[in-house]
Design a protein around this ligand. Structure first.
Ligand code: PCA
Length: 193
């Protein structure tokens, strides 16, 4: 049976001119396996990014949501296992906002586990020939903010929520992965949902 996947990628941040996350999401086909895709570029901005995903989810009614972000310095594609209830930014977001040690959701729990099969996704990515491992921290910046907010919103529902961090593109620095490998990794990860 056909299923619906909302997949997002962030826009460039921190002075960069490209974000491999959206660059790769934009290249995905319209359908992967049993999933019909809705692709969305979201701003690297606290609250706003999660709101944009929630708004699109209201129209699209996805079975699963997977958000993709850049993690400079990582040498593998990393499905995130957990999101924490903290905003602690080392650099301002794209609106100049730089929260330090604030809760995302004052009444929410300390953390949520992703509701997609992170181990199977990492294994599928490796089987597609791209380095991958499960990560135990999505950081405390906008990516973690989006993952936490979505997991809070969809807790107890049938909508599964996950996040993948991807390395730099070769032109951004080391370590890196070619865009083609990141696209292949995302495709493999979707097949394992
Ligand atoms: N990476 C940042 C925010 C946007 C992105 O692509 C992060 O890891 O929080």
């Amino acid at each position: 049976m056909e299923k619906r996947l909302l997949i997002t990628g962030f826009d460039p941040f921190g002075g960069a001119s490209v974000n491999p996350a959206w660059a790769a999401v934009a290249q995905l086909p319209e359908q992967v396996g049993e999933y019909v895709l809705c692709k969305l570029e979201i701003p690297t901005a606290f609250s706003e990014a999660a709101e944009a995903v929630l708004e699109r989810a209201r129209e699209f009614c996805p079975d699963a949501i997977v958000c993709v972000g850049q993690a400079g310095g990582r040498d593998a594609v990393t499905p995130e296992r957990i999101a924490v209830n903290i905003r602690d930014a080392r650099i301002p977001d794209n609106r100049g906002f730089r929260p330090e040690g604030a809760r995302i959701c004052p009444e929410g729990p300390a953390a949520y586990f992703a509701t997609v099969p992170v181990d199977a996704m990492a294994a599928a990515i490796r089987a597609a020939g791209v380095p991958a491992r499960v990560s135990n921290t999505a950081g405390t910046y906008v990516c973690n903010d989006v993952l936490y907010t979505l997991l809070h919103r969809f807790a107890g529902t049938d909508t599964r929520v996950g996040f993948l961090h991807v390395p730099y593109l070769p032109e951004q620095g080391d370590p890196s992965l070619p865009l083609e490998a990141i696209v292949r990794a995302l495709t493999a990860a979707i097949s394992a949902l």
